[in-house]
Design a protein. Structure first.
Lengths: 281, 259
């Protein structure tokens, strides 16, 4: 990456060699029944960066996001989100932390009794004193940003998979969060929608400076958009820049990357520059 | 080998106690969320419509048929003793004191209670409740409380309608089909039914059953496993547990009221 192409997050990581983690896990343990999900998980997600969490099915990627949001408590260890240790917080206290987080669930999690507009307006109606006209303007702005201006009056059941994901993204960012958690944004989408969602996420990171934490199976997209990659395996995390992970000789990483990207040749051909940046923006 | 059944009994008993404790705590959270602003009036109106208005046909039709059946059965017995003039009090007291509130509660639990449990369980499965939490919106305050309150509010109203249609059905069968004197049917019923005792008991039962159905339906939906089987299990268990609870509480209310 040239300096002009470097994202804000990458700059933050490079300056002085110090990493300003917006989210950090330290020795986190989690067991479900007899299955150990996290043995001793320690990793960090730098401020303003795009971090992609990779790993096989059942490796705990979604659980990791749920823990950041306080939806799942660990058995032990420390999780810091936006400078607060959250593992011991009550539900009410967690609400204050969540005010700074947006989350895009894998299935969208839109309320199916509400239209796309009402879904996106819900956080504003709940947490601000904005007038109806201001809320309408703000929501329309977000829907336009995700390309759903014409779908405001539709119900979630009337949306395609890609539209559902974008509507959920509009709702997740309507309160201008500092951290955006994105769970498997590309699963089940066609290549055009994958590119569209990818471009939206990169755009959010570049223009709003959001700290993005994305879980994904999609190696090509991950390598294009990530400033940092976290590979989940055997209950621990292996993290680094995309180039570092590609060059890794760790057998587990190599096997996963080769299997998921359908061969090493494809890996070498992948362009790690985010799509919007290639467009000269 | 002989310990195993006792261990199982102990385990089941502890599990039941744990569920009762959780349900009681859950009920307290509902009450507290209803007492604290904001009152979600729009959602309450929608839930009252779903639980109440959509239950009207089944409640009215069932009431009419139950009243008619009571008249038919009562008449064939009473006429043997030349006591057919007691048909009005029989239908009136049976419907107002017992059948009205109990059958309405069972019908509403089967129709609206199961629907509420299934809806909340589906919201758990599709992460809609987690989505609300991530928006710092309490799902109990936003989703659960209006639905529980709706069941409490509609139960006495639907019970009143059930009773009305039962009396109408009983009257039409007795007078129109069996040839009982209409004036005698109504006047003997009027003199037999005491408002302060019979009607008050009926609506007290309806309120208690509304609370039970509201709590059980929302609780079972809320603790559902996030799977299709979980949704199914929460719906089934709502109908079974609420129906049994309604019959058990009916027994105790009757006992306390001194029948």
């Amino acid at each position: 990456m040239t300096p002009a192409q470097t994202s804000r997050g990458a700059e933050a990581m490079d300056e002085g060699g110090q990493q300003d983690f917006r989210v950090a896990f330290d020795g986190v343990r989690l067991q479900r029944g007899k299955r150990v999900v996290f043995r001793r998980l320690s990793c960090g997600f730098p401020r303003g960066s795009i971090s992609v969490v990779l790993g096989g099915s059942g490796s705990g990627k979604s659980t990791l996001l749920r823990m950041i949001g306080g939806l799942q408590r660990p058995d032990g260890g420390v999780i810091r989100v936006a400078d607060r240790e959250i593992t011991q917080l009550s539900e009410r206290e967690l609400f204050k932390v969540r005010d700074r987080i947006g989350m895009l669930f894998q299935g969208g999690a839109l309320l199916d009794s509400m239209t796309v507009f009402e879904n996106a307006a819900l956080p504003l109606r709940e947490h601000t004193q904005l007038s109806d006209s201001d809320i309408e303007a703000e929501v329309n702005r977000r829907l336009m940003a995700v390309g759903l201006s014409d779908a405001a009056g539709l119900y979630p059941r009337e949306l395609s998979g890609g539209m559902n994901r974008r509507a959920a993204l509009a709702r997740a960012i309507v309160m201008d969060p500092e951290i955006l958690l994105v769970d498997e944004p590309f699963s089940g989408l066609d290549p055009i929608n994958v590119r569209r969602i990818e471009a939206l996420l990169v755009d959010l990171n570049r223009h709003l400076g959001l700290t993005l934490i994305v879980t994904s199976h999609h190696i090509a997209s991950s390598l294009r958009m990530a400033d940092r990659m976290v590979f989940m395996v055997d209950g621990i995390a292996i993290s680094g820049r995309p180039g570092e992970l590609l060059a890794s000789e760790d057998k587990r990483v190599v096997e996963f990357l080769e299997a998921e990207s359908d061969g090493a040749d494809e890996r070498r051909e992948l362009d790690v520059t985010p799509p919007l940046m290639r467009d000269g923006e | 080998m002989r310990i195993a059944p006792i261990e199982l009994l102990g385990f089941r008993s502890l599990l039941l106690l744990e569920h009762l404790g959780h349900a009681a705590f859950f009920g307290m959270r509902i009450v507290f969320s209803l007492l604290a602003p904001p009152l979600r009036f729009r959602r309450l109106v929608i839930d009252v419509f779903d639980a109440g208005v959509l239950s009207l046909p089944v409640v009215c039709l069932s009431g009419f048929v139950v009243g008619g059946t009571l008249s038919l059965l009562g008449y064939t017995t009473l006429v043997r003793f030349g006591a057919e003039q007691a048909l009005g009090p029989l239908v009136g007291l049976a419907v107002i004191r017992e059948l009205g509130p109990v059958l309405t509660a069972l019908l509403v639990t089967g129709r609206a209670g199961s629907a509420i449990a299934a809806e909340i369980a589906t919201m758990v499965t599709t992460e809609q409740l987690d989505g609300l939490r991530m928006m710092s919106v309490d799902p109990i305050e936003f989703v659960v409380s209006p639905k529980a309150l709706a069941l409490v509010l509609v139960m006495p109203l639907l019970t009143g309608l059930f009773i009305l249609f039962s009396l109408l059905g009983g009257y039409m069968i007795a007078v129109g089909l069996l040839g009982v004197d209409g004036a005698s049917f109504t006047t003997t019923m009027e003199s037999a039914v005491e408002f302060s005792r019979d009607v008050a008991q009926s609506f007290t039962k309806a309120l208690v059953f509304g609370c039970l159905a509201g709590l059980i339906a929302t609780y079972r939906g809320y603790i559902s496993e996030p799977t299709a089987a979980g949704v199914s299990a929460s719906t089934t268990s709502t109908v079974v547990i609420a129906s049994v609870a309604i019959l058990v509480f009916d027994f105790f209310v009757n006992g306390m009221w001194g029948v």
